[in-house]
Design a protein around this ligand. Structure first.
Ligand code: AMP
Length: 212
């Protein structure tokens, strides 16, 4: 099964993608995580991506699509993927459709997690990530047992530069899924919308239900 997870920044895509991947065995592919790994490894692509990420803008399609294509051409992606943070616009959606069609596959579900702006701003500014294993925490919704320390691996927690207030507003403005993107999947008959303002567990349950 090939699934895309859509929603504004802060709707819970990353958290839910991790949980769904665990529950279903789907491979979790996050373009945001891939870019952050390139930044950490100081690759050329990482340097380029960082200049956009720091401003809360999207990395150009050409770069993002070719990175994604390379990822899904690997063996571990042949049977199913949960895409998180990709596609962000219609050209990316079409590129993904084409890449899957070449393998006689298609997107089976598009799960849209929705939430209001006020809620998103408050969520994004409370996020913490483990520097070592990438696990996500939230001051309010999912705090670590010990402040600043990862429950899973003991790594140090940090806040993403692009989770700081002014960048958060730009990200919300520029990175909400466009109506055209949502329509792309509605027309394909695969769209399911889930209210993302409920508890993390409730949202997971609703998403898993939509995947049945
Ligand atoms: P995320 O972790 O999904 O919030 O992504 C973090 C940042 O990576 C975004 O603010 C963008 O700058 C970049 N990024 C992630 N996915 C994409 C994408 N599909 N297209 C363009 N830029 C992306």
């Amino acid at each position: 099964m090939f699934v895309v997870l859509l929603g504004p920044p802060g709707a819970g895509k990353g958290t839910q993608a991790e949980r769904i991947a665990k529950a279903t065995g789907l491979l979790h592919v996050s373009t945001g995580d891939m870019f952050r790994e390139h930044v950490r490894n100081e690759t050329e692509l990482g340097q380029l991506a960082k200049s956009y990420m720091d401003k809360g803008e999207l990395v150009p399609d050409e770069v993002t699509i070719s990175m994604l294509n390379e990822r899904i051409s690997r063996d571990d992606a042949s049977e199913g993927v949960m895409f998180d943070g990709f596609p962000r616009n219609v050209p990316q959606a079409k590129a993904l459709d084409d890449a899957l069609a070449e393998r006689a596959k298609k997107i089976d579900r598009a799960l849209l997690i929705s939430a209001r702006d006020e809620e998103l701003v408050s969520r994004l500014s409370g996020r913490w990530i483990c520097r070592q294993c990438g696990r996500l925490f939230h001051e309010r919704f999912d705090p670590p047992a010990e402040a600043g320390k990862c429950d899973a691996c003991g790594g140090e927690l940090y806040q993403r530069d692009d989770d700081k207030a002014d960048v958060v507003r730009t990200r919300l403005e520029k990175q909400k899924p466009a109506p055209e993107l949502i329509d792309h999947y509605r027309q394909a008959g695969v769209l399911h919308e889930v209210d993302g303002e409920r508890s993390i567990d409730e949202v997971t349950t609703a998403l898993l239900e939509a995947l049945r």
